[in-house]
Design a protein around this ligand. Structure first.
Ligand code: HH2
Length: 263
């Protein structure tokens, strides 16, 4: 899933694709690089991000969705029902819902639904996230949400532990470490680590400053590869070309390991 943020303030690519032509060009380049899905967003969900009025968010995303949806499967990254409806009307077939509240809309519009876990909202989520058992709580939350969506008639459901959304460094690492426990729940798992802040700390070397968003590419790729090897069915990535190569390798290596175990 390639990330296309049509925003001025996304944490790593804000402002680059605010111009519609630039967004369409980047979307098409992700298709050429092998993306199965392009995830279009018109509002940043980074910690502390400001909310965007509905009309402005629609204006940012709709023509980009329309332009790309004849070439690739498009998902709309929004928490606003009006924006989701407009994007679906323009051709989006996945509703990427970081609020995990829009299943009724996904059911009535007959599109796929991504239920992501988060604690708090972008304005509050990194203040003091707390869990007794982060893996268990996130897993129970996602199971409840997926069962709710099944009851509403949503036919394609994805679950996402929401790396960086109301999570400390330790919470993020624990969720990635135990990703395979989400996979056995039966729902395909989507994971997004791309360029996120915890990667800076994960790769910190003594005496050096923490890596900024654009210096986290290798760590993004490494964690995406690990997530796919743990059974994630889709990863959300800025660097599509490298991530597609990693996905191919994970497939090859799993096959090799299976053959070696069988021989
Ligand atoms: N992360 C971001 C946005 N949407 N959706 C899902 N399902 N999972 C994620 O982990 C996820 C997401 C945040 O990343 P990004 O889009 O790069 O930045 P911003 O929110 O600043 O636009």
């Amino acid at each position: 899933m390639g990330i296309l943020n049509v925003t001025p303030d996304s944490f790593s690519d804000g402002g680059r694709y605010l111009d519609r032509e630039a967004a369409l060009e980047r979307g098409m380049s992700m298709v050429a690089e092998g993306a199965d899905v392009v995830d279009v967003g018109g509002e940043s969900s980074r910690p502390g991000a400001q909310e965007v009025p509905v009309s402005q968010e629609i204006q940012r995303v709709v023509e980009v969705v329309r332009g790309l949806s004849s070439y690739v499967r498009v998902s709309i990254d929004t928490v606003k029902p009006e924006v989701a409806e407009a994007a679906i009307e323009a051709g989006a077939t996945i509703l990427n819902d970081v609020s995990a509240q829009l299943a009724p809309l996904a059911a009535s519009a007959k599109v796929a639904w991504v239920a992501m876990h988060r604690q708090g909202t972008p304005q509050t989520m990194q203040r003091d996230p707390r869990y007794v058992d982060v893996v268990g709580e996130v897993r129970d939350f996602l199971r409840r949400k997926a069962e709710w969506a099944v009851g509403l008639g949503v036919e394609e459901i994805w679950v996402d532990p929401g790396i960086g959304f109301g999570k400390t460094f330790d919470h993020n690492v624990a969720l990635l470490e135990h990703l395979s426990t989400f996979v056995v729940e039966g729902w395909p798992v989507l994971v997004g680590t791309s360029r996120k802040r915890f990667l800076g700390r994960l790769t910190l070397r003594e005496g050096e400053p923490e890596a900024g968003p654009l210096e986290r590419e290798e760590a993004s790729l490494a964690t995406a590869t690990a997530a796919m090897a743990s059974g994630a069915s889709m990863v959300r990535a800025h660097d599509v070309r490298a991530t597609v190569q990693a996905a191919m390798l994970v497939g090859e290596i799993s096959g090799m390991l299976e053959r070696a175990a069988g021989s």
